[in-house]
Ligand binder design. Sequence first.
Ligand code: GLP
Length: 279
Amino acid sequence: MLIFESPEDLGKACARQIVDLILENQKENKPTVLGLATGNTPIPVYRELKQLVQKEKIDLSQVITFNLDEYLGLPIDDPNSYHSFMFEQLFSDLLQTSNLDPRNIHIPNGYAKTERDLSSQELEALFIAFPNRIKNSPLSQEEELWILKQRADQYEHDISRLGPIDLQILGIGTNGHIGFAEPGFSFSQDTSLVQLTENTRRDNACVFNGEVPRFAITMGIGTILKAKKIYLLATGEKKREIIEKALQFPISPSIPATSLRMHPCVSFFLDEAICPRTP
Ligand code: GLP
């Protein structure tokens, strides 16, 4: 457990670790696979990471990223999508200032309403699975769900193919969710479609312009636990209670973050608002 005076200090330390990992892997000519999170908590990490990359001219050509999750039903360019969040907070800048390859950025896509929203492989698969489908018609709910499930499987497959994830960054929801793996999510489950709890929708409403979607696609606990190293970040008093539970309550799907205690290499990055230092 690492405790920092402020979220900014936490961000600096975490970004330093990420850069050092990239440099270490580079020496052995190995790629670095990063698992990335959204939410307010990692923003200071991304801010510092952008600065370090620019200042130290870090080579990102071998860096591959996988984001944890995305809402269902939002076009990727919707201002509330996690896709937009990641480009705003990190990727747009890195793509301008470094040699990060846009093909190495992976963010789940939760939007499949029309044929134009599908890749050519997805379209082909759709017509095989639904031979009576009328070309160019909007996707029925059944077809949309089918495509989204295929995407979840494909995402898991891509992580296995390009992974394992060297370092997974996580935030935590006030109900203990990680990614969007909500309470009750089985520990062995991989990337899946999930229904968001009312607690999560309420928590996320403050940064959301409009109604928070009811469903999401998320890496599973099974996916997350396959990462070589995990950093869970939490800052602010609002997270104190759930961090105590994550660290002390019995390991159980009712608090998804307790699953992290089964992982051999996990660090909790906390600030003093959560864990005051004793003088
Ligand atoms: C969302 C994300 C999580 C994130 C959580 C906490 O629910 N899906 O990955 O950890 O929010 O967000 P924040 O850091 O803003 O508290």
